[in-house]
Design a protein around this ligand. Sequence first.
Ligand code: 26Q
Length: 833
Amino acid sequence: MPHRRFKKSNPVSSLSDLQDLGMTAKEIEDDIKRYYGHRLGRDESCKSVHYVYEALSLVVSDRLIERWKKTYKAYKKEDCKKAYYLSMEFLMGRTLSNAMLNLGIDDAVAQATYDLGLDLEELTDVEPDAGLGNGGLGRLAACFIDSCATLQLPVTGYGLRYEYGMFSQTIVNGEQVEEPDHWLRNGNVWEIQRLEYTQRIKFGGRTESHIDENGNKRSCWVDTHDILAVPFDTPIPGYQNGTVNTLRLWKATATEVFDLQEFNAGDYAESVAAKNSAENITMVLYPNDANENGKALRLRQQYLLASASLQDVLELWVGRHGYDFSEFAAKNCFQLNDTHPSIAVAELMRLLMDIYGLAWDEAWKITRSTMAYTNHTLLPEALERWSVNLFKQLLPRLMEIIFDINVLFLAEVSIRWPGDRERISRMSLIEEGDEQHVRMAYLAIVGSYSVNGVAELHSKLLQQGLFNDFYELWPEKFNNKTNGVTPRRWLAACNPELAGLITETIGDGWIRDLSLLKKLELYVDDKAFCKRWYAVQQGAKQKLIDFKKQEMNIDVNVNALFDVQVKRIHEYKRQLLNVLHVIHLYDRIKRGDTANWTARCVLIGGKAAPGYFMAKRIIKLINNIANVINHDPDVGDKLKLIFMPNYRVSGMEKICPGADLSEQISTAGKEASGTGNMKFMMNGALTIGTLDGANIEIREEVGDDNFFLFGLTEDQVESLRHHYDPVAIINQDEDLQRVMNFLECGHFNQFEPGIFDGIISSLKSPHDPWVTIADFRSFVEAQKRVEVAYQDKDRWTKMSIINTANSGKFSTDRTITEYNNELWKLTPVSVPK
Ligand code: 26Q
């Protein structure tokens, strides 16, 4: 009797009243079959693994969505304070394995797929990476939201849904070739489009001012070209706790199919093109991890993120609290992931004043107590500056607000330092010159209650250097939050063998409280345990070899030292220093200086920004050297050099379990923190590194004996600059002379004369900012200590255990707990299971 089914007063609530989905292997198996056959309409004739992956993902997604709704209800009921993580990048990688682990159905799914005769690893491997980020900053955002969900904190991530993520890298004749990453080609089962929360974003036009009924000056932004921002939500599950938070990514679309005015004027093609230009805004991620100045499209992206996200939050507020904003700052805060979303400072002012009618002082008070800014770089060339002219054209109302903020701010400065004109011009939000520019970092500092760096040294250098004027004005704003990584993805999921051994030995509490890994130190003298640790490490190395062999057809000995450097290619990260050492080893082999030799396989991976010429040349150099070394019969098993193409999140998940040695060799003072260093350490690799970024804290945790330190300190680098003479250093070091000679005589570019001249002259230049030559000798000596340690298997195993055991600090659970206790002050909300 169908008509009897809707007898309840609210049919929608009875529709929503679902029974919890089954979590057993049998129930999961039945669901997979149902999705595969009924929803996706596939049968035995379908040859593509993709649809099996999709069926399984839908099964997992259903179970996430169930918990997602409960989380939403719990937050609503508590009416709790919330934090919003605003980031232009969320480098999520793959979702399936992580979702299964966090839901606690990984064993059940393994059983179900086994019973169905499927290879689970093959299924998880067909998922494309969500590569919506460049590197460290984007992956940090992804680790952060994982930890927020695990800690049951009400935090939403806001970002952009790029149609094309980080380009895919192939190597052709040793050179990087970029291919567009159309990651959405086969659809994305993890996202839900939410048209009902679409926001309107203004661009262009002009401002008009008038005096309101209270005699206050008011501005209107008129004649704008609007676009729409449509949100797509992805569920972010906590670790087996019922919490599922939200990552909301905005996609740009046109307001109407055609602009009617242009249409009526007969400009049919122009109006269709206008639709396209709106959709261009979120088409592609900018693939450079340092500033690419001045691009209007990038500014549009940044404003879209800030405006759509703030409008969303304000709409939610008004829906629940009406137009009373007195409690807004007590219940909301925004963490700005670098300056990229920092236009949010001016946008919140605009929305509060122009849309919600608040007066300047009230709006400013709210803004300054809700925004917090995280800096991720000290490199001056990476600081964002936007031309005032571009700003005026694209966002005239925001430019007005920034000028107003600046006038009031500079008044504050001149009260503190009367007559100090120099300081006023240094601190102004507007940089003068041929063309005026807006200094986005200064806007972020002035508009925030907190400014943090991402490792102790980095935060110290911000205070003493880059932002010293601001630190003197507002010391209380400045703080440090040392980065971390999520142990769910970076140990439990990516290294199940090691995770299994750890859990068998100390229980599984470490997955939520990584400091418990310390208990492993009790076992460093336990022979049986060490033997198993060694066996697991060797197994992971073999797996990496098998994987690379299938990808690149290269043979590697599992007993060789796996020496790994994977990260973006950048001069300051000094892949060149690594390469100089490889040439030195090659030279020793050629000279027959191989007594007591330690076989070594050097793995390097990373992408170069498409416009960064020097970084691309470094890739070419690595590949050319690899080509010579790997084909030289004198070298054989003693040394291999491998460039791993298309390094990405899912690549790191395969690489970090199999690494012996982690290369963290940046010029001291240049790497803000690094996070790859933490992933390797957690998985039992030893670090060879400079006193830079979080390396310093890693060394503090493991102790000097378990870390291979080399190189100049940050102070030494700075004082060396005045009298740096690399040629003199080369002349005094016979090994280095020979290395340079290999490069200069064209040994690695016999048929490509001159292609490495730029690299050679940068190394030999007294103005080389990265002082690579200065650290060569110290690096080689540290590598010798590595070899001695590696030759003693027991000693190395012990050091490896100690590294994992002391990696507890580098969990983002610790980092996020600090953000929360000191900055956000949210109360965890438990979700009924
Ligand atoms: C800016 C303007 C225009 C186009 C691109 C950009 C842009 C994009 C990405 C500038 C910088 C980035 C990314 C920076 C980054 O990843 N920094 C790294 O952040 C990590 C997390 O804090 C640190 O561990 C690394 O040390 C730092 O290099």
